[in-house]
Design a binder for this molecule. Sequence first.
Ligand code: 13P
Length: 265
Amino acid sequence: MISPHVILQMRQKTVAGNWKMNLDYQEGLALFSEVINRVKAEVTGIQQVIICCPFIHLHALVQLAQGFEKTAVGAQNIHQSESGAHTGEVSAKMVRSVGAAYVIVGHSERRQEFGEGNVLLAEKIDIALKNNLKPIFCMGETIKEREAGKHFDVISQQLTESVFHLNEAQIDKLILAYEPVWSIGTGITASTEQAQEMHFFIRNQIAAEYGQAAADRISILYGGSVNPENAADIFAKPDIDGGLIGGASLKSRDFVAIVNVFNRS
Ligand code: 13P
């Protein structure tokens, strides 16, 4: 019988950067080199670092990260189809073919700007898994939904419609991210209690669907205005396994300071 404490230790601690639509090719390579050098020099824990960059950086970043297991590279989106007449789109197979390991699915900016809904996102998760990419699936409620007291319903629906068709082997390949929309890029983080409460809720939903062991294994990241000052308090909560970092991932010092929060825990 494994104690809950040991299970907690087994859960992968992860800090993922989401560069969004920032940095040209040269700037991206320079930042990534800085991040790798800092991680090599400063990070002593076993936490996983993932950088989700624009498509144009993917191949070069994978090359730079080669042989350094602590840092992996991911895309920020994929098309839901295998291939075909989808001008301007990029497939999961293409992303995987350059050696990227992850892909963000369901970021609120894509839900809002491009109308991506839960059913479409289920298709994106499926095509990612089929091509050996691990999805980082984002969920979150708007401020209106929170004020109306609907935040748990919204998250539950996002999970049910996009994730719960997966089998147990597949759910193990997912990383979940809770990013309240009102907290992204605003400087307002959810309180640590609000974040923990939602992460606990998400883990319980996973437990109800796939059993407690699967729920204990899955990493749930928090995203929304995380910075070096607030990361330690947020990551100290028992159901928060790391962060998905936007703005602060664009500065190597800040980003690696956030990664290093786990060195102290
Ligand atoms: P910020 O850290 O800039 O609030 O962005 C969070 C985010 O959207 C990560 O995916």
